[in-house]
Design a binder for this molecule. Structure first.
Ligand SMILES: Cc1cc2nc3c(=O)[nH]c(=O)nc-3n(C[C@H](O)[C@H](O)[C@H](O)COP(=O)(O)OP(=O)(O)OC[C@H]3O[C@@H](n4cnc5c(N)ncnc54)[C@H](O)[C@@H]3O)c2cc1C
Length: 281
């Protein structure tokens, strides 16, 4: 058992319960609830396995190799939201659903398009999560990261389609528009309905591939006739061909084989090399 000066401890967690696709081995896991915890972890890092910062686990496919990593999850003070009348400040461990709940209560508009994206703010910023042509970093004013044992505030950062700020994210600041609560609720509701109509609700990690340029990855995969294709307990969704569903007991290998099949088929038919959106760990 590894000892820390404060109440932190390394626990065992099953990644099949910590990822939305429900796949993965039992791994070492640590909850970081304060800056003090983080500094303690930093001091001990040379004696610990390599870290992997995990948010909601909604974009992850974990193999047995994940057993060699220490999964770091932010909660406590990193799961707080504050609003000073001008800026909204949210911790990286805040779930997007909670962020939108806060926006609704305070009549803050701008992020309603994120409704239904299962993510923490940290994961969303790392990935530059987006939908309908919008992406989260378009709305962020500044980001606090953890770098070389210090909190660093970034006011300028590069980002692109599904390519976010690839640093250890602690919190972010937004400037949102004041609107009446009813408008915010209605916007959220409309976005959720759209999502329900277009995406499967079964166990998945969201889109497998990024959309290449002006094409839609789902449409290309569908045109290769792969909807419903099954390996083991993993299946390419009938509703949206860029989603792989775990029907119950799918393994990393089942899903990985389907990913390779999709990539090869699209390359063969269209000469387009798809790039993975899902993070493989
Ligand atoms: C049903 C479904 C629908 C989805 N719809 C969308 C969608 O519309 N648009 C979209 O963009 N995505 C979508 N996704 C994918 C996923 O929700 C996003 O990629 C999201 O941003 C992942 O956030 P997370 O907190 O779950 O991150 P995780 O999956 O836990 O991690 C993803 C990456 O972020 C890193 N990370 C997480 N937290 C931190 C942190 N604090 N600091 C540094 N790095 C961190 C991890 O190391 C990893 O590399 C969907 C997924 C599902 C299951």
């Amino acid at each position: 058992m590894f000892h820390f000066a404060n109440a932190m401890r390394i626990e065992k967690k099953n990644l099949s319960e910590k990822t939305s696709v429900g796949i993965g081995p039992v791994v070492d896991w640590i909850e970081i609830k304060s800056m003090e915890d983080l500094l303690e972890l930093y001091k001990k890092k040379k004696r610990l396995p390599k870290q992997f910062w995990i948010g909601n686990g909604s974009n992850l496919l974990a193999s047995e190799r994940a057993k060699n990593l220490l999964f770091v999850n932010l909660s406590g003070e990193f799961a707080k939201i504050e609003y000073d009348g001008e800026y909204l400040d949210a911790g990286a461990g805040v779930k997007i659903s909670s962020l939108l709940g806060f926006c609704t209560c305070n009549g803050l508009s701008g992020l309603e398009w994120m409704a239904g994206i299962p993510a923490t703010l940290g994961g969303a910023i790392f990935m530059n999560a987006g939908a309908g042509g919008k992406s989260v970093l378009d709305y962020v004013k500044s980001i606090n990261c953890f770098s070389d044992g210090k909190k660093v505030c970034l006011k300028e950062f590069d980002f692109a389609y599904r390519k976010g700020v690839e640093k250890k994210i602690l919190s972010a600041k937004f400037k949102l528009e004041k609107k009446d609560k009813r408008t915010v609720i209605n916007n959220i509701r409309a976005n959720k309905m759209l999502r329900i109509a277009r995406q499967p609700s079964d166990k998945s990690f969201g889109s497998v591939f990024k959309n290449p340029g002006k094409f839609y990855a789902g449409k290309l995969i569908e045109e290769c006739g792969l909807k419903g294709k099954t390996i083991g307990d993993a299946v390419i969704s009938e509703k949206h061909a860029n989603f792989i569903i775990n029907r119950g007991n799918a393994t990393f290998e089942d899903v990985y084989s389907l990913i390779s099949m999709m990539k090869e088929a699209v390359y063969k038919k269209f000469g387009i090399m798809l790039e993975k959106e899902v993070k493989i760990v």
